[in-house]
Design a protein around this ligand. Structure first.
Ligand SMILES: NC(=O)c1ccc[n+]([C@@H]2O[C@H](COP(=O)([O-])OP(=O)(O)OC[C@H]3O[C@@H](n4cnc5c(N)ncnc54)[C@H](OP(=O)(O)O)[C@@H]3O)[C@@H](O)[C@H]2O)c1
Length: 272
């Protein structure tokens, strides 16, 4: 029998920021209908918000696992032990788990559940909400190609997917999952400085957003490196070089490098 996504129920344990981005992303891109999605969160208010979009709300994590075929584990890493312990008695090897948590390994899930369920580990990001997500994906050895392709297609419907080895899943968080925050911080700093120089925020922010999109497009062009692109903007004796001097003086690259290492270390701690 050919495995078809539309015949499966997707369950989400945890209906927070990231689960919300995935659910709203797949509903708004018409990848999946709301009535085939089941959700459970200990916060009843979050469940109610999703119920209004047509999503089914389960009575408990156990109830959700019983009702679903593919189960997204979307709680914070600190809540994994309690959730896995709670659902342990109703899991089977026919259920596929998708973990999106920082630092939590596929092996930890299998061991805690005491069941060799197929587990896919994903590191998504919140721009999935607008169909522009970037997700890193890996799988445990017993995930069939059919199921892996199905889960990959869910994330691909709202952005791009890079498949990698599980050993890289902590380091990738700084690249795609936490990095939207550094970009928003960068945007905040640019807009705040623009305002101080007399440009209103509602003019500066759209200009900067378009610049981010355009710069990303330039970076995507084949045969161009970030260094070459920096050179292209830097006229000798011009303004950009002065701006770059100030950034180098403040250790911009070192700060980003330190942020990425801090991200990976935190993921390692959360996985212990
Ligand atoms: N946010 C991102 O950009 C991002 C990106 C990639 C991966 N992730 C991963 O996604 C996961 C969720 O992150 P998030 O930012 O979406 O967190 P979040 O907004 O706090 O969502 C987690 C939800 O799970 C609920 N919860 C806690 N314990 C539960 C339980 N036992 N059963 C059911 N629900 C429970 C929480 O309720 P309470 O608030 O009441 O505790 C909260 O509503 C994390 O593991 C994180 O590493 C996040």
């Amino acid at each position: 029998m050919v495995l078809k996504l539309e015949n499966l129920i997707l369950g989400f344990i945890g209906a927070g920021n990231m689960a919300g981005a995935i659910m709203n992303g797949i509903i708004s891109t018409h990848t999946y209908s709301a009535e085939k999605i089941c959700v459970f969160d200990i916060n009843a208010q979050k469940c109610e918000t999703f119920r209004k979009t047509g999503v089914t709300v389960a009575d408990s994590s156990k109830d959700l696992v019983t009702k679903s075929d593919i189960i997204f584990l979307a709680v914070k890493p600190q809540n994994f032990a309690e959730v896995l312990t709670e659902i342990k008695s109703v899991v089977s090897e026919q259920k596929v788990f998708v973990t999106i948590a920082a630092g939590i390994s596929t092996n930890y899930i299998v061991k805690t559940l005491e069941c060799s369920c197929p587990v896919i580990r994903a590191m998504p990001n919140t721009p999935l909400l607008i169909g522009k997500g970037a997700t890193a994906l890996c799988r445990s050895a017993n995930v069939s190609d059919d199921y892996f392709e199905l889960v990959k297609s869910i994330f691909m419907s709202c952005g791009t997917v890079s498949v990698m080895e599980e050993s890289k899943m902590n380091a990738v968080i700084g690249v795609n999952s936490s990095s939207p925050a550094y970009i928003y911080l960068f945007a905040k700093a640019v807009v705040e400085s623009a305002v101080k120089q007399g440009i209103p925020a509602d003019v500066a922010l759209p200009l900067f957003c378009q610049t981010l999109e355009g710069s990303a497009g330039m970076l995507r062009k084949e045969d161009t490196t970030p260094e070459q692109l920096i050179k292209m903007v830097s006229s000798p004796g011009g303004t950009t070089l002065k701006a770059l001097d100030a950034l180098y003086e403040h250790g911009f690259e070192q700060a980003i490098g330190d942020a990425m290492i801090a991200c990976t270390k935190r993921a390692e701690e959360l996985g212990k």
